[in-house]
Design a binder for this molecule. Structure first.
Ligand code: PHE
Length: 354
């Protein structure tokens, strides 16, 4: 028995010395230490050893076991250190004196437009809010005056999760209810108007082409107070768009239907390329559709706890849903929406600005 243990010890040391990667180290450990390994075999045989020798042999097995464990740990550290060393040596050397500009990358064009808009709206007293990408049916539709089976849902088919009642938000309007609830008390108790913008990623079940993506960005904005009117909406939109495009823009409103605004509009800007004369970019109309908007529907204000049943018109407000992706396409003259999600650095890194 003693001889057997010594022989196994020698075998272990020899095999250990030729191990050079973590996997074969693990295999070796299992060969000795697993349930069917040599150590278990020795333990079984210990039963047959004459009683006077049992203690000594038992001790031998135990010290062999701890030798295996400690050698195993040592070897593992050694292999990892060695592998790191090899990685460091094979890594490309880099020149510390290179300007960092060439190494740090750039912001995504949508991030650039988003940040620019956030700055503009913050300067006009708006809070910038963040919101979930996974929402429930109530926030995405019902709280926005879109009951189940309403035909307006067809326009916003999205992706539903396996978890009941969870979906990827199809528009940033899904955050309206939460923002109203968050700021409603402040509005009523302190008289501070609600002014908030909330950018976010939106999803729709779309066939993808140069103008349509299943994943895109919007920036929603709402303002609620006493006596807010369409004039306020037009003023804010015009000021904001003039800043984004860095020149005076002309806007017009056309009627547009969205169940959560009444009246609802499509806001167009006069084409910046032809100045309204008509060109291919504006399909010869002289106008570009940019931002759906409108006065928040009384049912939505009620669902958000802003107005009561008894006093349904105490507060009024406007909402707009700016297509951030759309805006980025216009601002940077990007012809194909897919460019933004393609992760093609040669396209995306052209918009460098930090
Ligand atoms: N949520 C609407 C959409 O994505 C846009 C919108 C927002 C319309 C706010 C009116 C007011 O289609």
């Amino acid at each position: 028995m003693r001889e057997k243990i010594e022989k196994l010890g020698a075998q272990f040391r020899e095999e250990m010395s030729s191990v050079s990667d973590v996997q074969s180290l693990e295999d070796l450990r299992l060969k000795f230490m697993s349930k069917k390994g040599y150590i278990s075999e020795l333990m079984k045989e210990l039963g047959k050893v004459p009683p006077e020798e049992k203690k000594d042999v038992g001790q031998m097995i135990n010290s062999f076991k701890s030798e295996i464990t400690s050698r195993f740990e040592e070897k593992k550290d050694e292999i990892i250190r060695l592998q790191e060393q090899i990685l460091i040596q094979s890594a490309e050397s880099y020149d510390e004196s290179l300007p960092t500009d060439t190494l740090t990358g750039s912001f995504h064009p949508i991030t650039l437009v988003q940040r620019q808009l956030e700055d503009i709206f913050e300067s006009m007293g708006f809070d910038v809010e963040d919101y979930n990408e996974i929402v429930d049916d109530y926030h995405c539709f019902e709280a926005l005056n879109i009951p189940p089976f309403h035909p307006a849902r067809d326009m916003q088919d999205t992706y539903y999760l396996n978890t009941p009642n969870q979906l990827l938000k199809s528009h940033t309007s899904a955050a309206q209810n939460a923002i109203m609830i968050k700021y409603g008390r402040r509005l009523k108790e302190e008289g501070r108007p609600i002014r908030a913008v909330f950018p976010g990623r939106c999803f729709r079940n779309e066939a993808i082409d140069a103008c349509h993506e299943n994943t895109f960005f919007q920036m929603e904005g709402i303002m609620i107070d006493k006596d807010i009117s369409i004039s306020n909406l037009i003023y804010f939109m015009k000021t904001m768009l003039s800043e984004v495009f860095e020149r005076e823009v002309t806007v017009r409103l056309r009627p547009g239907f969205f169940p959560f605004v009444e009246p609802g509009f499509e806001l167009d800007i006069q084409c910046l390329i032809c100045g309204g004369d008509g060109c291919p970019s504006c399909k010869n109309s002289g106008w570009l559709e940019l931002c759906p908007c409108g006065m928040i529907h009384p049912n939505v204000l009620r669902a958000g706890g802003i107005n009561t049943e008894e006093n349904p018109y105490e507060y009024t407000g406007f909402a707009f849903g700016l297509g951030l992706t759309r805006l980025a396409m216009m601002k940077y003259e990007v012809g194909d929406i897919r460019t933004f999600n393609d992760c093609d650095l040669s396209a995306l890194s052209q918009f460098v600005s930090r």
